[in-house]
Design a protein around this ligand. Structure first.
Ligand SMILES: NC(=O)c1ccc[n+]([C@@H]2O[C@H](COP(=O)([O-])OP(=O)(O)OC[C@H]3O[C@@H](n4cnc5c(N)ncnc54)[C@H](O)[C@@H]3O)[C@@H](O)[C@H]2O)c1
Length: 452
């Protein structure tokens, strides 16, 4: 649905809209130009996991945009081909390692960036802190409650700090929602309806790759939904206490009529809607196909493989310590990608919707509708921005530009990382056991009504 199309329909249907306010949130966040840091004072960075996210967002973007403040001292990945690819793409000369401890002891980084496969994050987060570094971890911080506890314990034991790179918090549209909630636009929040749709392109991609196995991704309850659970925790400004969930695999995996190991070896390319000709992407050929010889990892895996043990249809009820109730769902095979969210409050309701991936439908702005009980309705328009809704760049600013302020509490630590993954973990356990799961029983973290 285009914003224009949607809004026109909505106006016709309601006849009640007030004037819309146009915001330019990026301009309010950039602040004044920060001073350069002398070479010997630059933050010394190392990275483990030099794949798509590592080499791109935390590699090339950081070396191109933030080299006045940071310098890479080491890169590590078990795949030597991807290591060399990343080094070249980042245009740097630092040493590369397949041995993590060796990298840490030889290069002594201030900060370790963890951009490996989700199921291995905890190993590097814990060991990285033991070897003297602060950590920036991609989401999900980890994929289950034991690994989560190990990270919490290691942070306390070593005195080092984990930051979780929740880029979704930094998108201006979501930040404006946060501001409206904090200023009491709908009074006390009572419940939230949050529904996320992954499409048959990007959504299907999770079923091709390592994400399709719980041991690597924790399922989409962790890999994808931990983003959404973090947003909820941040927006609601309270900790989750209990989760009840259902889920199933209805579309991908064993549900397919035919299958192969991967698209290049498939006999059904003519009839399969999910056929992906990886040779058409030079990027994928260089990053993945050229390096298959080292680890056998297939980027164009079949979405109907029978080893897929994650879900593609998920629904959960979440109770918060401040009494808010959430209805959440995630669908993995929608014709378009995006989400709808509504916050119900004692004095009104906020509705917001985003369509993310089908460019045909993208407009110039995203809208937030605030309806006041017995009163007027307002629309706020937030200009659209590139890179996860504008979140990626603002996140990098906050991570790497010294002195960047955090007025919207977007910077997330280990406790935030933990509480997002604990909702996903509880949902997964609830699906497996049929029971509601208490968050406070999973780790040493005790949920608080008001965020700490
Ligand atoms: N925040 C976001 O929007 C966003 C977007 C994409 C990915 N991510 C996160 O980034 C991380 C990497 O995802 P990606 O898309 O780059 O995946 P990827 O498959 O492209 O890269 C993963 C890298 O990890 C390496 N690896 C595999 N096993 C390892 C091990 N045991 N130890 C160390 N490294 C190992 C692989 O060789 C590969 O280079 C994931 O945690 C993912 O959730 C976040």
């Amino acid at each position: 649905m285009s914003n224009t199309f949607n809004r026109r329909n909505f106006l016709a249907a309601s006849g009640a809209a007030m004037g819309a306010i146009m915001l330019n949130p990026l301009s309010t966040l950039s602040g004044k130009e920060p001073e350069k840091v002398p070479s010997n004072k630059k933050l010394r960075l190392a990275m483990v996991g030099t794949g798509h996210r590592g080499a791109g967002m935390f590699g090339e973007k950081v070396t191109k945009g933030y080299s006045d403040y940071v310098t890479f001292v080491g890169l590590c990945d078990p795949n030597p081909g991807r290591l060399e690819y990343a080094k070249k793409r980042m245009g740097i000369e630092c040493p590369v390692y397949t041995d993590f401890d060796k990298m840490m002891t030889e290069t002594k980084p201030d900060t370790l960036i963890v951009t490996t496969v989700d199921g291995f994050h905890h190993q590097y987060i814990v060991r990285g802190m033991e070897l003297g570094a602060n950590i920036i971890s991609e989401k999900p911080m980890t994929i289950d409650e034991q690994k989560c506890q190990a990270i919490i314990d290691a942070e306390q034991r070593t005195g080092k700090k984990v930051t979780v790179s929740f880029n979704y918090r930094y998108s201006p549209h979501r930040r404006v929602i946060w501001e409206q909630l904090r200023k009491g636009a709908i009074g006390k929040i009572t419940s939230v309806d949050f529904h996320w749709y992954l499409d048959t392109r990007h959504g299907a991609d999770y079923f091709r790759r390592w994400h399709r196995r719980r041991e690597f991704s924790g399922s989409l309850w962790l890999h994808k939904a931990s983003h959404h659970f973090d947003l909820l925790n941040w927006w609601i400004d309270s900790d989750p206490v209990e989760v009840f969930a259902y889920a199933n695999l209805d579309f991908y995996g064993k549900n397919g009529a035919f299958r192969a190991e991967n698209c290049r070896t498939c006999a059904h390319t003519q009839e399969c809607n999910f056929y992906m000709d990886i040779s058409k992407s030079k990027y994928y050929m260089d990053l993945y196909v050229a390096n298959e010889k080292y680890d056998g990892y297939l980027r164009d895996g079949c979405v109907f493989k029978e080893d897929i043990d994650i879900f593609d249809k998920m629904g959960a009820g979440i109770k918060y310590a401040n009494g808010v109730q959430v209805s959440y769902s995630l669908t993995g095979y929608s014709p378009y990608e995006g989400y709808r969210i509504a916050f119900n409050g004692a004095e009104g309701r906020i509705d917001a919707w985003i369509q993310e991936s089908n460019p045909t439908y993208l407009g110039e702005y995203d809208e937030i509708m605030i309806s006041h009980n017995f009163g007027k309705r307002e629309f706020i328009r937030v200009p659209q921005s590139e890179g996860h809704g504008g979140g990626d760049t603002l996140l990098l600013n906050s991570l790497f530009i010294p002195g960047t302020k955090d007025p919207y509490r977007q910077s997330a630590g280990a406790r935030d990382g933990a509480l997002s993954i604990l909702v996903g973990t509880a949902a997964r356990i609830s699906c497996d056991t049929g029971n509601p799961i208490k968050i406070g029983a999973l780790t040493s973290i005790k949920p608080q009504a008001q965020k700490m």
